[in-house]
Design a binder for this molecule. Structure first.
Ligand code: SAT
Ligand code: MN
Length: 589
């Protein structure tokens, strides 16, 4: 008996009977255990040592070339009633799903070690945290889970104290996409994943638990599990306000979370609480408080450079696991956008680099690193109470249409703004890149239940408090006629966050537009900013005709949710539609 929790013990035994591993290892999360796993993987080729002088304790993992991103078409929500999964999810009935995936798990761990990985999502002593146990046959997954979560003895002790936990069963199987499934059983608080060893498909604490199962738990318990970074913005007066922001995968959440204020904004500081996931709870004070359920960053490597994200670059020179990056002649990790003075010699597949065959690092190559290594890490990251959120920001990657920033009229309108998010697809998921798709709250791949019910859950907060965060929408990715980005982005985004926080404090001006209040050019702090007044003007204007077309697209999208659509969302939709119509007739009058 390795745990006093009978349900856990019974489940481990049941899984072992099905998968037939050679050994069972209960992870304690110790340094010695981690070293042992690294040695094992260096021996079997799962890891390659990087230059230990320039990058101590840094290693490279090359995943199977057909296993390099989340596979949304192989990801399922298995609820008794199909309606509960909604049109936003692939669905299979639970019985059928279990039968299908268990047949793949049958005997799959023969010759391998079964690792039992107890973990806690969130600060180990926070009442807002939730625990899980991942069973996996991948030492790479165990090593990553140790960085990404509070993993090991302390988590097991909490599970033994509290009883409940989310079950996650994972095997790399034969890594074949034909036998790959990522299945969620929210009613059983269970995840089963086979055939992938990559990121969100395999590190089950992340998207599978903290978002898909988490969003389900959040609805039943009255909180929100969101695909949001959490960042503290300290003004020159020394006051820190917290912002939670939702952007689709690979749209710059990590960069925003670690933003370095431009030299032209002295006295400002930015504190990183999280870069990917936020769990938000309404407290007695009427405010929404957020914790980051993760303990590390699984960030996109390409594009991470001294100019774009110096904090990230600097935390990656020790104790980091890289996945699918390239290497230089002296075994340093390399990716596009990292450093012009270095050249890649071996590409992400382990072959001599040939520029004609594509990028050296895979576009979705990643680093796994402890949050503690980030120079801007917030002193509140382990605070069991979390941090109070002043503003919620939604955004997407839109070359056209969406202005630099606008504000929602109120919480309910903010839910419409979030539900209407659309973004160009990125390399974070398999499939075409650069196609605009609707991605409500940046949760399209991650909401574990019917989106319409989820929007209803969001709307329900409006009546619970009058101190909720203000809601905004930003777009850093607007392009001009020549395809050039119009806004410099990165550190300069702080100017937009400054306006946002001033709005929250009731200090900044805005003009009303049909889509919500928007700053005039003079409301944004543009001291020493290298953007022409005409460009700023264009970034802060809306085209009512094109927004009308956008709204029709949103109508078509919402209509798919039929009866489940909350009335409140249609009401907000109508409000915006009428405002646009008025603006349009004023234009043409
Ligand atoms: O692969 S993950 O889902 O963990 C990363 C992401 O897409 O955000
Ligand atoms: Mn993400």
């Amino acid at each position: 008996m390795s745990t006093t929790n009978q349900a856990l013990q019974a489940w481990v035994e049941e899984v072992a009977r099905l998968t037939r591993p050679d050994r069972i290892h209960w992870c304690d999360g110790s340094e010695a255990e981690y070293r042992g796993l690294v040695e094992l993987m260096l021996g079997n080729g799962d890891l390659v040592a990087l230059n230990q002088e320039t990058h101590p304790n840094c290693y490279l993992h090359r995943s199977s070339p057909t296993d390099v991103a989340r596979t949304e078409h192989l990801t399922f929500i298995c609820t008794q009633d199909r309606e509960d999964a909604g049109p936003n999810n692939n669905w299979i009935a639970p019985d059928e799903a279990h039968a299908k995936i268990d047949s793949l798990f049958d005997g799959c761990m023969q010759g391998r070690t079964l690792y039992v990985v107890p973990y806690c999502m969130g600060p180990i002593d926070s009442p807002l945290s939730r625990c899980g146990v991942e069973i996996t046959d991948s030492p790479y997954v165990v090593a990553n889970m140790r960085i990404m979560t509070r993993m090991g003895a302390a988590a097991l002790a909490r599970i033994e104290r509290e009883g409940g936990f989310v079950k996650g069963l994972h095997s790399t199987g034969d890594l074949s996409p034909e036998r790959r499934f990522i299945m969620h059983f929210p009613e059983e608080l269970t995840i089963k994943s086979i055939g992938s060893g990559y990121g969100g498909n395999a590190l089950l604490g992340k998207k599978c638990h903290a978002l898909r199962i988490g969003s389900w738990q959040a609805r039943s318990e009255g909180w929100l599990a969101e695909h949001m970074l959490i960042v503290g913005i300290e003004n020159p007066q020394g006051e820190t306000h917290y912002v939670a922001a939702a952007f689709p995968s690979a749209c710059g959440k990590t960069n925003l979370a670690m933003l370095i204020p431009p030299a032209t904004m002295p006295g400002w500081k930015v504190w990183t609480v999280g870069d990917d996931i936020a769990w938000l709870h309404l407290r007695e004070d009427g405010r929404l408080w957020a914790i980051n359920p993760e303990a590390g960053f699984f960030g996109v490597a390409p594009g991470t450079g001294a100019k774009t994200n110096r904090n990230a670059l600097e935390m990656l020179d020790r104790d980091t696991i890289f996945t699918n990056v390239a290497v230089t002649a002296d075994q340093q990790p390399w990716w596009e956008g990292k450093n012009k003075d270095q050249t890649p010699v071996i590409d992400w597949k382990g072959n001599p680099f040939d520029a004609a065959k594509g990028p050296a690092a895979h576009p979705n190559s990643r680093f796994t690193v402890s949050a503690k290594q980030c120079a801007s890490v917030s002193p509140r990251i382990d605070d069991p109470a979390g941090v109070p959120i002043s503003a919620i920001v939604f955004g997407g990657r839109r070359a056209e249409l969406a202005p630099l920033v606008f504000q929602a009229r109120d919480w309910k309108h903010g839910v419409l703004v979030g539900a209407s998010v659309a973004s160009e697809t990125t390399a974070a998921a398999t499939g075409a890149v650069g196609v605009v798709r609707r991605d409500p709250m940046a949760m399209q791949p991650f909401c574990g239940y019917n989106f319409a019910d989820y929007w209803g859950h969001w709307l329900s907060f409006a009546d619970k408090s009058d101190k909720l965060p203000k809601i905004f929408h930003v777009n850093w990715f607007r392009q001009d006629a020549d395809g050039q980005f119009m806004w410099p982005g990165f550190g300069e985004n702080l100017r937009v966050l400054k306006w946002i926080l001033e709005r929250c404090a009731g200090q900044a001006e805005a003009v009303d537009t049909p889509i919500g209040p928007m700053p005039r050019a003079e409301d944004i702090d543009t001291a020493s900013l290298d953007v022409s007044p005409e460009t700023l003007e264009a970034l802060l204007s809306i085209d009512a005709g094109r927004w009308q077309a956008e709204l029709e697209d949103i109508r078509t999208y919402f209509a798919k949710y039929g009866e489940h659509m909350p009335r409140g969302l249609w009401e907000e939709f109508e409000r915006t539609r009428i405002a646009l119509e008025k603006a349009r007739s004023a234009e043409t009058a």
